[in-house]
Each structure stands twice: as C-alpha cells, then as structure tokens.
Design a protein around this ligand. Sequence first.
Ligand code: ADP
Length: 519
Amino acid sequence: MDELPAALYDDAACALLLVGPDGLIERANRAAHGWLGYAEGELAHHVRILDLLPVGARLFYHTHCQPLLVANGAVEEIQVDLCGRPGRLPVLINITRRRIGADTFDHWAIFKASDRQAYERELLLARQTAEAALEARRGAEAKLQKLYDQLSEADRHKDEFLATLSHELRNPLSPMRSALDVLKVKSEHGPDWPVLQVFDRQLRHLTRLVDDLMEVSRIAQGRMQLRREPVDLAALARATVHDVGATMAASRHTLHVNVPETPVIVNGDPTRLAQVLVNLLNNAAKYTPEGGKIDLDVACRDGHAEIRVCDNGIGIPPAALAGIFDMFSQLEPALTRSRGGLGIGLALARGIVELHDGTIAADSGGTGCGSAFTVRLPLAAGHAAPAPSVLPDLPRDLRVLVVDDNADAAAMLSQALALSGCAVAVAHSAEAACEAARAFRPTVALLDIGLPDMTGYDLARRLRAMPEGASALLIATTGWGQPKDRERALAAGFDHHLTKPIDLALLAGLLRQRQGPAA
Ligand code: ADP
C-alpha cells in the first residue's frame, strides 16, 4: 500500500477495520482506535471482532450478517452497539467481503450513530409532544362544543321563557286597562283623578315594556311578520316628530327636522318602521341632558333611504359601539341607571331593520360627544331616483292642475313642474279638482283616469263644461295605453293621452303648445 492511500485510510472520518478469515482484526485506523478507547497498535492482531460485539449483536452477526456476506458479499447499515473501553458505542456498520485466494477478508466501515439516535429521540419526543397537544386541543374543542351546545340550549330556553313571560304579563294588563278606563270615566275630574292619571301613565309604560319584550322574543325566535306596503319615510318621519313632540318638550330639547318634500318610498311595514324611529328619537331624548340638540334627517343616498338621528348627549364609548344593538345591552350598570328601560329597544330596532333588508349603525365621538344612529333601507323599486327632473324650455305663466289619487305620483309630477317654473295645483279627487279649477284657473290639467269619486273621463267632461276649464289643455295620464283608451280619452274631451310612467320630454312637448292664463 503506498503512502497516500495509507494516509487516507488512517485519517478517514469513519472507523475502518480489516477483519481476517479467523475473525482477528488485521488492521484498524485512527478513528477506530480513538472511538473504541484503544491506543495505536492495540487493535490489529490482538483483538477479535467478536470481542467488540455484545452478546445480542454476536448472535445477529452469525444469523444475519454472515449468510448475507456469503450470498451478497456485503451488508449495509446494521445498527448495533460496539463494546469499547469507555463503554458502549452505538454505530452503523457497512461490511464488504473480499476474497484473496482461498481466504476471505471483511472490510468494516463504522459510523457513529449516537447523534442520529439523539435526533431520533428528539424527533420522537417532538412527535409525542405534538400528539399530546393535538389530543389536548381535541379535548378543548370537544369541551368548547359542549359549552356552546349548553349555551345555545340556555339561550333557547331564555327566548322561550321571555316569550312566555311577556305573554303571561300581557294577559292581566288588558283587564287592568279596561278597569282603569271605567274608573276614569266614573271619576273624571273627581278627587281621585290625579291618582288615576298616575295609574294610567304607569300602566301605559308597563304595557309598552311588555310589548317590547314580546316583540324582541318574536324576533329572536324568527316569528315576527311584517305587513309590507309602499311607505313614504318622509311622511312617516313628519308624523313621528309630532308623536315625540311632548317628550322633546319635557326635556326642553330642540329637534331639527330635515326631511325632503318629495316622497322617500320604501317597501316596509309602517308600524314597525315608526317604532324604530320613535325608539331612536326617544333614546336621543333620554340620553341627552336637558336642553339638548337633536337632529332628524331623512334622505336618499345610493339607492337607499337613509334616516339619521343625531344628538349632542352623553355619547357612547368606542368599545361599546359594537355591542349596543345586542339584547339587554345597557352601558350604565343597572343599579346606577336613572333613565329606565330594559335594554331591548335597539335590539328590536336592529331586528326590524334587518327584516326590511336594511342596516342600522351607531356612531359616537365617545363619552360626552353625542351619538348618531343611521338606518339604511333599500328604496322601493321605481323609487331609486326620486329627485324630480326639470322639464326644459317651458313657456312662462303655465298654470298646471295635477289630479291623481296617488299622492306620491302627484307630488313627484308637481315637483318637476314647479321646478320648471310652472304654477302648480294638486288635487287627489275629482271633486277637489273641480274646486281647484275654479280657484286656480288652470291652462293645463293633467288628469289621472282612475279617481276615487268619478272617472277621469267624467271629470274631463265636467271641466270642459266649466268656464274655468273650457279652454284648458286636458291631458289624460293613465296606465292604459291601448288605441281604444286613447280614443275614449279624446271622445271625453281630452286633448292628449299620456301613458304612465309619464315621459317628461313628451309632456314638455305638449306643454309648449299652451301659454298664458285661460280666458
Ligand atoms: P334602553 O334605552 O331601554 O336601555 P336600548 O336598547 O334602547 O335600551 O339602548 C341600549 C343602550 O344603548 C342604552 O341603555 C344606552 O346605554 C345606549 N344608548 C342608546 N341610545 C343612546 C344615545 N342616543 N346616546 C347614548 N347612549 C345611547
């Protein structure tokens, strides 16, 4: 063996042994001596390979390694412990067999396995820890699910209890109300009158609370039914302002109302929507110190009707804003609360608004900075752009009488005409139209055909017979556009016939034909 391979052999990064045919170690490199705790030269010709193997490994060597070496001339990656002087050394062994003449020599390459075992132990540990964590998490999830089920069950029981409670409370209220009404009739303005009034006020209050409780449990159980119809939120807001006037006055609040003249139509339940608005206005009054300022705005924005109630009252801390619509959410603790209420008004409002496919949101600059509540509801189909258009280039001094029993339709058309510079009068029945014609002396009359008291055809005949309507331009506005409808209109004395919805450009064209007051 020349010098270079000898150096490579001696300095190899694994332990190398050459084992002769009789099992005696013939040669060993530096790593083999070092790892097994022998001094240089102590292994070769002195130690047999079996001396380095513990009993179990010897058996394995005879039963597995030897047959493989005979059959394949090699074995690979056998994991055993070697008996070194410092102690046992876990190793991986590869053996290749060389045949020289009749003799066989085995080359052993030995790699330390202690690091690998440590890694394996660590991996095992990590795996066991992960499995334990997974198991713990599964346990926690199961517990959570159980808790959730228990809570849902408790919530369902609570809803049922509230429904029963409010129902049971409602029952005695009705005979109490009747009895009180009888008493009031009997002793009107008698000595007991002030006492009866207190009783009356408190009974009303109690009834309202029980009603709210009943409705909120109806919403929670998905049992609230809406009676939907086209509702003008502008009109509803004006009526509600009237209803809450006494409450505002009692606290000397100033209520600014900004509601458009034109209708804001949504498809909703007027009673429920009024309830939402009353609740927001009452809350604004309740949570604003005396002499406060409250604003009510109704507007159309992005295809939605928007109702906004703002106050300059006690405000809402930012952290409380999100939960304020939850049932029984009240910011003041029960014992210090001086303003009454059950904490269900806003939950009820949200339930009603959401049943209308709308949203309700609260906003506040924080404690002492006032609050704003915004309700958004989809505008009813056909009312998405209620702002009236202007009719171009109309002659001056046109006096137009608009007759339609649909107040919204009449309001829209009269707005458009007024914005275009016409003098406009509106009537919702034929009788009112005749009266208006006498006083207003129209140059043009736009008549709906389906009026409550007589047909538009008969009204046209009546107007023609009156001196104030004889020369007016009469235009029928109707949903019927068949040729026979047109003929019938012209036969009744109409000059023109327009089909609803009215094409304003077409109307403008007709109006340009007529100018100045009637003779
Ligand atoms: P209630 O008024 O009966 O307590 P609500 O559901 O109407 O119940 O309101 C819930 C809570 O929201 C109130 O207790 C109050 O703390 C807060 N809140 C409602 N409206 C206002 C407002 N305009 N300003 C400040 N806080 C308000």
